[in-house]
Ligand binder design. Structure first.
Ligand code: ZN
Length: 397
């Protein structure tokens, strides 16, 4: 089979990318209740499966090795419980959350001046490693950057295609704040979002207003001829081609616009609607398509709820609720195959029913959250019931 992404790959990429993934965060005054809301669409090859995977807290023997997608690195003695949206063929994950309510999504960055190294850690490996090892978003930045500087990033990012490689950016959130981390090879800068909104797509976006950076980055950029020290601007210096601000007609610009127009009212439901936007392809259909989505409502005061689709296209999927840790042991929720060929054109009635089921779930959970009486077991039951109802609706259509 010839994958359509190979055709797409020959197109010249625009700065904000013709494809893959959009990640969003709304912090404090941007949200309806002053908390933090994270969202991501994972855009991947049409037929790549991406189930929801739960891995409980684990203890590891001292000096043990961890086999990631392409290389092995030393394991730590304890890893946090994680809920991942994970392509089946790789060790890493496209997005996820851990028991400390740290949520991370990554983005492919194609156009940097730094060369791509040999197979090393994938951006998706770095994402999972940070979730397994970090209790806050700030610590996740340090975990990713230490591993990046030590091992580098590289290797095929699509199954059986060693030439399909990219650098990575990350949007990391916890119940207190958000961070954007952007990389080019082993170089990186990070920007904190204490309040407000931020989104990333497939281009470098941090200019001169970064909060953290790899030591020596300005000297490196000057030595390589990327820029002069007086005008150090990460996105401008490290992007290949001419850096341009995204317009509303790109996915990145449209995402920024949607976050701004909903400022102060962003709820999990509004974040789900942003992920369902079609005007510039945030909900992507085609050879590369949105294969799974996540919305996390991160709270310091009460239970954090994580909504995952585990199926292609949020516009025709049900977001199902989870909390981490779960009382379940290791588990894979794989409804991807049952949903793979669901046709949105001929199933309008089913989509309406799925939407009303989702409304019902959100209202039920929000009401219980506010009362503070939401328990782990109850969420698990609600998730199981929602899954069954979703599958019944699909099979009856
Ligand atoms: Zn769609």
């Amino acid at each position: 089979m010839v994958y359509r992404y190979k055709i797409l790959k020959t197109k010249k990429l625009q700065r904000s990318g013709d494809y893959m993934c959009d990640t969003f965060v709304a912090v404090r005054s941007a949200t309806h209740n002053g908390e933090v809301i994270f969202g991501k669409n994972s855009d991947r090859p049409y037929n790549e499966q991406q189930p929801i995977v739960y891995i409980p807290k684990q203890h590891h023997n001292p000096n043990s090795e961890l086999k990631c997608t392409y290389i092995s690195i030393p394991q730590v003695e304890e890893t946090y419980s994680v809920l991942l949206s994970k392509p089946t063929w790789m060790w890493g994950a496209e997005m996820g959350v851990n028991e400390c309510n740290v949520a991370i999504g990554n983005e492919a960055i194609f156009d940097t001046k730094e060369p791509m190294g040999k197979p090393a850690l994938l951006g998706m490996d770095l994402l999972r490693l940070a979730l397994e090892r970090s209790s806050t978003a700030y610590k996740a930045i340090h975990i990713i950057c230490e591993l990046l500087e030590k091992y580098g990033q590289g290797g095929g990012c699509v199954e059986n295609d060693p030439n399909f490689t990219y650098h990575n950016s990350f949007l990391i959130a916890d119940p207190t704040e958000g961070w954007v981390l952007e990389t080019a090879g082993k170089w990186w800068v990070a920007q904190r979002i204490e309040d407000g909104t931020r989104n990333i797509s497939n281009g470098l976006s941090i200019r001169s207003g970064y909060d953290l950076a790899r030591e020596g980055i300005v000297d490196h950029a000057v030595t390589q001829g990327y820029c002069e020290e007086v005008e150090f601007d990460f996105a401008k210096c490290f992007s290949s081609g001419i850096y341009q601000e995204p317009t509303r007609y790109t996915r990145e610009g449209r995402g920024r616009y949607l976050l701004r127009t909903n400022y102060g009212e962003i709820s999990p439901q509004i974040m789900m609607e942003i992920l369902r936007d079609h005007s510039t392809g945030i909900c992507m259909h085609g050879g590369f398509r949105t294969t799974a989505s996540q919305v996390s409502h991160l709270s310091k005061e009460t239970t954090s709820i994580h909504w995952f689709t585990g199926s292609p296209h949020p516009c025709i999927s049900l977001f199902k609720p989870f909390i981490v840790p779960s009382h379940d042991t290791s588990k894979v929720i794989d409804i991807w195959k049952q949903r793979e060929h669901f046709d949105p054109i001929t199933r309008e009635d089913v989509i309406k029913k799925l939407n009303s089921l989702e409304q019902e779930l959100i209202q039920n959970i929000e009401w219980k959250r506010q009362k503070g009486d939401l328990f782990m077991k109850e969420i698990t039951n609600l998730t199981q019931e929602a899954l069954q109802r979703e599958l019944t609706l699909i099979s009856e259509s």
